[in-house]
Design a protein around this ligand. Structure first.
Ligand SMILES: [Zn+2]
Length: 316
């Protein structure tokens, strides 16, 4: 039996609330350069907390049940974005330990040795020598690197500036900065196609996340459609199965994705899609714009408190 608080806040049926959690990575060991990503130890208590307090579903099942009013009490979905190799190696065994499902959104062009632009920058800043880190020729500012805290602050600032650069330019600049700081072009950061097949065969739900992870709102509609479609087709060809759920890259409604992209997702045959709007989903949510929630608290008590506040604040 689930604890009363979550059942009371989120009853079964037509007035049910749906908590969709977003994760990206689960680190085998804590990495001071990645203070916002949970370690295996932290994810272990998060997964245990979620398993004890929520009825965890895959996104496609939750989407079906939110529409026909049959969500269980305290319904939740665990999602992972992008396709990091640690999702299979570290997160999946922990999810299995607690018997809870998860949905993994994969940007296909980074499978088999790729690295996303944000990770290019993080690794460049990690590798850079202490002292001046001057990116003014890329219009990205100049920084002084000292300790790890200064490096984290520096890459956060750079990522914030570079995020809304034109998509191809963003990729090229990130690669050049990485190259200048001896970050190799190939990496084992993301899953291989074989690992993705293993994750799928083990029972994970796989969803699409475009091909090259552009901010869709910055693309013209033809390119946006092609990105969403290519990601779906590539996953279907790897896995030999229809891909039914989608996550918008970056995912802030009105800024990164819009109603137009929801129409595209629907036209391509997806059954549901998720944004990064911070809210609980409910029967009144749009099925192609379901909100999600990033659980960033790093202590069990704060994590529990935030989960309760999150559901309470979504009662409307
Ligand atoms: Zn993503």
């Amino acid at each position: 039996m689930l604890p009363l608080i979550f059942r009371a806040l989120s009853p079964a049926g037509v007035s049910a609330k749906l908590n969709i959690f977003i994760f990206h990575r689960v680190l085998p060991q804590p990495d001071p350069m990645l203070p916002f990503e949970p370690s295996a130890e932290q994810f272990n208590w998060m997964a245990r907390f979620i398993a004890r307090n929520f009825n965890v579903l895959t996104l496609s099942e939750a989407a079906r049940r939110i529409q026909n009013g049959t969500l269980p009490a305290a319904a939740a979905v665990i999602t992972f974005d992008d396709g990091y190799a640690d999702n299979l190696e570290v997160a999946w065994p922990i999810l299995n330990r607690y018997g809870i499902p998860a949905t993994f959104f994969i940007a296909t062009s980074f499978l088999d040795g790729g690295r996303m632009w944000n990770d290019e920058i993080i690794e460049a800043v990690r590798n850079a020598e202490a002292g001046q880190f001057d990116l003014s020729k890329f219009s990205l500012g100049a920084y002084t690197l000292t300790d790890t805290v200064s490096r984290v602050r520096t890459y956060e600032t750079i990522l914030g500036k570079l995020k809304y650069f034109e998509h191809v330019k963003r990729t090229q600049i990130a690669r050049e900065i990485a190259f200048l700081n001896h970050v190799p072009g190939q990496s084992e950061l993301m899953m291989t196609s074989t690992e993705l097949k293993q994750l799928h065969a083990a029972g994970a739900e796989i969803g699409a996340h475009t091909q090259t992870h552009p901010i869709l709102e910055l693309l013209d509609d033809d390119k946006a459609f092609a990105e969403i479609e290519a990601g779906k087709i590539e996953l279907e060809s790897i896995l030999g199965e229809a891909i039914n759920v989608f996550a918008y890259p970056n995912g802030v409604p009105g800024k990164d994705c819009s109603v137009r992209h929801g129409e595209m997702v629907k036209k391509l045959g997806f059954q549901a899609a998720v944004t990064t709007e911070q809210a609980c989903a409910s029967a009144s949510s749009k099925i192609f714009h379901l909100p999600r929630f990033t659980p960033w608290d790093r202590t069990p008590l704060r994590f529990a408190a935030r989960s309760i506040l999150h559901i309470r604040s979504s009662r409307h």
